[in-house]
Design a protein around this ligand. Structure first.
Ligand SMILES: Nc1ncnc2c1ncn2[C@@H]1O[C@H](COP(=O)(O)OP(=O)(O)O)[C@@H](O)[C@H]1O
Ligand SMILES: [Mg+2]
Length: 380
């Protein structure tokens, strides 16, 4: 910026040790020994973990982060293979400071076999929010609760509903509205519980080859004849897209949720447009948590709308359960989408501004020869 900066003379000043430099760095730097114990941290690392140096340096890395944390996997890979490894756009959770979006680098320390130097770079908040949302954990929070609710709430509810129906036969006609109300509301709660129950299904997905264009066309027809009658659908497909490795019914449900949200964001305003897109993108690889594997996710499916955009206060919690700003909304649509994408080993991300909101899902490709996943018409 300024042209008259005085060059700093090179110094061999003994006092300006490496440690002083590392301490001044705004990014976390840490050194692990061959057993995985943390042997050095700078203040930025203390801040990152929300813990002091004494606490951190008496522990192994796997005690500081979850055992299946990508940071652990990275450190192990560097140690075992004696190579430098870097990973971009990773969500790291620590018990005290929660989830942070970082780039990570690991380097072997040549003079000490098995020792690893780790450097983290925090991504900006905007990137965390808008670019790479891999909501692996979002759906999990609902899972346990849903199973309990399904049993503990539905049984008493059916009792209440039955009693209201009995009373209905003996009350004056103007009180009948009230008994109807009880029935309708209990039905509504049952529907929510059923919706939540889908989260407790932790079985591995049955997957086959899915023609995603057929699925999108099906959703478009549902929209045109029902929930999005007054809107225009645009199909922007890559016709040569190979099949997705997936479960057709689950993918259909998830994409339908996204398209319904798009239609609801547009509302009754004229000129509503929903664009269904597919694309083949090479080079989108993500780390598999807890392993050294990276999977390729070249198939992109996007749903874009020109509605009002996602409000600022919802963005951060969008994929969490019960986050909604619609009267009568459940806030369970997007968490279910996140679960489906997670079950497929894919990722979901979104960007939003007024008149342009895009949800993008990236999915794996089929190994050649995978049979097609059967169409279950009942669901649709
Ligand atoms: N395409 C979109 N445009 C604007 N807001 C959206 C969009 N998709 C989702 N949202 C916001 O996210 C919230 C949560 O969506 P979802 O989980 O499907 O629950 P619900 O549709 O029941 O409200 C919605 O209430 C809405 O505010
Ligand atoms: Mg919804």
């Amino acid at each position: 910026m300024s042209s008259n900066v005085t060059p700093i003379p090179v110094t061999d000043d003994e006092d300006l040790g490496t440690e002083a430099i590392l301490f001044a760095l705004p990014d976390p730097v840490m050194v692990l020994d061959d057993k995985g114990y943390v042997r050095f941290v700078n203040p930025a690392t203390e801040q990152f973990f929300g813990a002091g140096r004494a606490y951190i340096c008496s522990r192994t890395l796997s005690e500081l982060v979850h055992f299946d944390s990508p940071l652990n996997a990275l450190a192990n890979q560097v140690r075992e293979q004696q190579i430098s490894v870097s990973e971009h756009g990773v969500e790291l959770s620590t018990p005290r400071t929660g989830s942070q979006h970082v780039d990570m680098q690991g380097v072997p320390l040549s003079e000490r076999p098995g020792w690893v130097l780790i450097n983290l770079q925090r991504r900006s908040m905007a990137e965390t929010m808008d670019r790479q949302l891999n909501h692996q954990g979002a759906a999990r929070s609902v899972t346990g609760m849903a199973a309990v609710l399904a049993h503990e709430i539905k049984n008493p509810l059916s009792g209440i509903r039955g009693a209201a129906q009995l009373i209905e036969q003996n009350v004056r006609s103007d009180d009948r509205d009230l008994t109807r109300l009880i029935c309708d509301e209990t039905d509504r709660i049952c529907a929510i519980v059923d919706e939540m129950d889908k989260f407790s299904d932790e079985r591995a997905l049955e997957r086959g080859a899915v023609n995603i264009h057929e699925v999108l066309d099906h959703i478009r027809r549902l929209g045109e004849n029902g929930f999005a009658k007054n809107m225009r659908f645009v199909a922007r497909y890559d016709p040569s897209l190979p099949p997705v490795l997936g479960n057709r019914d689950k993918l259909l449900q998830a994409l339908l949720n996204l398209v319904k949200n798009a239609a609801e964001a547009i509302g009754n305003e004229g000129g509503g447009e929903i664009t269904l897109g597919t694309a083949y993108r090479q080079g989108v690889r993500v780390a598999v948590p807890g392993s050294r594997d990276r999977v390729n996710l070249p198939l992109e499916v996007s749903i874009q709308d020109n509605g009002k955009g996602i409000s600022e206060e919802l963005r951060q919690h969008l994929f969490e359960a019960f986050v909604t700003n619609k009267p009568g909304g459940t806030g369970l649509g997007l968490p279910l989408v996140a679960k489906t994408v997670r079950d497929h080993g894919g990722i979901i991300e979104f960007e939003t501004q007024p008149k342009k909101t895009v949800f993008r899902i990236r999915l794996p490709m089929c190994p050649p020869g995978t049979p097609f996943d059967a169409v279950d018409e009942e669901l649709t």
